[in-house]
Design a protein around this ligand. Structure first.
Ligand code: ADP
Ligand code: ADP
Length: 228
């Protein structure tokens, strides 16, 4: 569960990226985060994995108060959250398998666990046949599937995606959305920041709109809505 209470974030005294944000997201929800460029979406997302700290207010993630938690607990928080970016952030020059396995090596999983788990994830995202392919040789959609497999391989309860379809054509974007839907149905909370009006309109999920740092709209089973 995710809860932001009275959250404010100033980068410096002139830049107020988030203002009095109050948002609660339950386990298993699918949430779109929409709003114009510079609205505060990335800041919202970064607060969740403690990439940035709030200037005031409280951020609770799976029972942890991120502002007060001990440094040594941060890796555990980050492991409970998978992250997928628009530009993939994959390791070039390595295979699909290695990219997914690496995320498990980082958390010191055993070789046995890695050998069991990586093929399962590659199967889930539909990349088994590409497992030995070098990352650079994949299409954009395949790269994003690899990034999703990597994000999920340590079994996080939350998947955060920042413009995951931003570099993809509409058809490939739809395939990625089908995959995110499947992941959500299996119980993972999915939070997706996006500008893609068509996708948001079609999915009819909860939509949180941020504008100039404020939550200006928060509706269940909604479409993209209009800029205010
Ligand atoms: P979005 O993701 O919706 O485009 P951001 O969260 O990236 O919005 O940015 C919100 C505001 O905070 C913008 O005015 C942006 O310029 C500012 N901002 C973001 N990151 C920083 C930073 N590291 N330092 C200073 N200002 C920042
Ligand atoms: P940024 O440049 O935005 O700070 P990074 O490139 O440091 O981002 O990391 C972004 C994401 O990519 C992280 O969430 C991490 O999971 C993943 N990542 C970064 N480096 C590696 C790596 N060597 N192997 C696997 N995943 C990585």
């Amino acid at each position: 569960m995710i809860e932001l209470s009275n959250v404010n974030k100033f980068y410096d005294k002139n830049v107020e990226a988030l203002k009095e944000v109050n948002v609660k997201i339950d386990k298993g929800e699918f949430v779109f985060l929409v709003g114009p460029s510079g609205a505060g979406k990335s800041t919202f997302i970064k607060l969740l994995y403690r990439e940035v700290l709030p200037s005031s207010g409280k951020v609770m993630i799976n029972g942890w108060n991120v502002t007060e938690m001990k440094k040594r607990h941060i890796p555990k928080l980050r492991r409970s959250i998978g992250i997928v970016f628009q530009d993939y952030h994959l390791l070039t020059g390595r295979s699909v398998y290695e990219n997914v396995a690496f995320a498990m090596r980082v958390v010191e999983a055993s070789n046995k666990e890695i050998r069991e788990r990586v093929p399962k994830l590659l199967d889930m995202v539909g990349l088994s046949h590409r497992k030995n392919q070098e990352i650079d040789k994949l299409s954009g959609g395949e790269k994003q599937r690899a990034a999703i497999a990597r994000a999920l391989v340590n079994q996080p309860s939350i998947l955060i995606t920042d413009e995951p379809t931003g570099n993809l054509d509409p058809e490939t974007s739809d395939e990625i959305m089908d995959l995110l839907k499947k992941i959500n149905v299996q119980g993972t909370t999915v939070i997706m920041a996006t500008h893609d009006r068509e996708i948001v309109d079609r999915m009819q999920k909860r939509v949180i709109r941020i504008d100039q740092g404020k939550v200006v709209r928060d509706m269940a089973r909604s479409g993209y809505g209009y800029e205010v």
